[in-house]
Design a protein around this ligand. Sequence first.
Ligand SMILES: Nc1nc2c(c(=O)[nH]1)N[C@H]1C(S)=C(S)[C@@H](COP(=O)(O)O)O[C@H]1N2
Ligand SMILES: [Mo]
Length: 397
Amino acid sequence: MFGAILLIGLPIVIVTGLLSFIAYGPQFGQAFPADVGWLHLPYFQWPTRPSWLYRLTQGLHVGVGLILVPIVLAKLWSVIPKFFTMPPVRSIAQALERLSLIALVGGILFEIVTGVLNIQYDYIFGFDFYTAHYWGAWVFIAGFLSHAALKVPVMIRTLRHRSLIEVLRTRAADTEPEAADETGLVSDDPDAATVSRRGALALVGGGALLVAVLTVGQSTGGILRNAALLLPRGRTYGDGPNDFQINRTAVAAQITPEQSGDDWRLQLLGGTVPVALTRSDLAAMPQHSARLPIACVEGWSTVQTWTGVRLRDLAAAAAAADPNSALVVSLEQSGAFKEATLAGNQLAHEDSLLALKVNGVDLSLDHGYPARIIVPALPGVHNTKWVSSIEFVRDGT
Ligand SMILES: Nc1nc2c(c(=O)[nH]1)N[C@H]1C(S)=C(S)[C@@H](COP(=O)(O)O)O[C@H]1N2
Ligand SMILES: [Mo]
């Protein structure tokens, strides 16, 4: 049963994880690791529609990943004797199976630990987290595929020979041990059962459910947000229109009042002439509103109503026709998120904005005042706050 659940759940975590790598824009060298050598995924342009795409894929990656933790632990518990088999290696075939198990078990524990630490402890790894999590994923994928190829037939046979209804009706006192088989997991002389099969399922299922309750509110919001104790960025930021998760505060990013005050200018580069705009200049341009999510790689997301100037109007204002990409730079001096490159399709989308307002009021300093990027389906990290310049690029000219 545990194997069957993992067989469905883990591919979701794997695929959404790899999609996140592509969403980060490897073509601009801003996915990590930047150079993946021969393990090159088929890259494609990350879409801007539907706007909730990254919210869904990354929410699933983190959410399903966390919910599966109790099931992974239970699955490991169920095969514990296997970890202590002596002698550890008897034949070449068995040595290969053992090697695939190290990739499988070592890989998944490594991915869980690095993933959880990255969510909860604010990038303690720096960028090495992404590199480690990426290569660890491939080790795990190799172990997972070979293990599934070997064991799915065994799993199907085992599930077939026992009826689930029957299992759900059987108390601990009536629980019979498994018949001895070639797996070597059954004791020659088992004690009486201390827990029924249904009890084991309920315990592990309850654990997964508990993790789900503590997690889903970070994406759904609403009442469940109060239950989202695992929400890394906290649950409340005071009242008012700017009350939603803050990844990095203005203080943490060392944004000074002088930098973001009246002397602030937005520099538009890469067009026929450089342009510098004040915040009032921007406010005097045509304003557009869109309901768009911020979806962080950490799994949390929130949908807000943003208002500002379309990025394509800014390109036009700089006389930069049909840009293929743009480098957005923040006032922030250091830090990994001080700049990001946006692709052509992201610049062209009608809802892609340099936002001045959120939910009808000026952005708070923590949410990126004087102006921030907000683009449909873009990973949260590339929605640069405290923008100081945008350089439009047209390849081949
Ligand atoms: N300049 C700058 N922009 C930034 C960041 C940052 O640290 N510095 N954090 C990014 C990340 S990781 C996310 S998820 C979003 C979060 O936006 P919010 O803090 O307004 O919710 O902002 C992004 N923009
Ligand atoms: Mo983020």
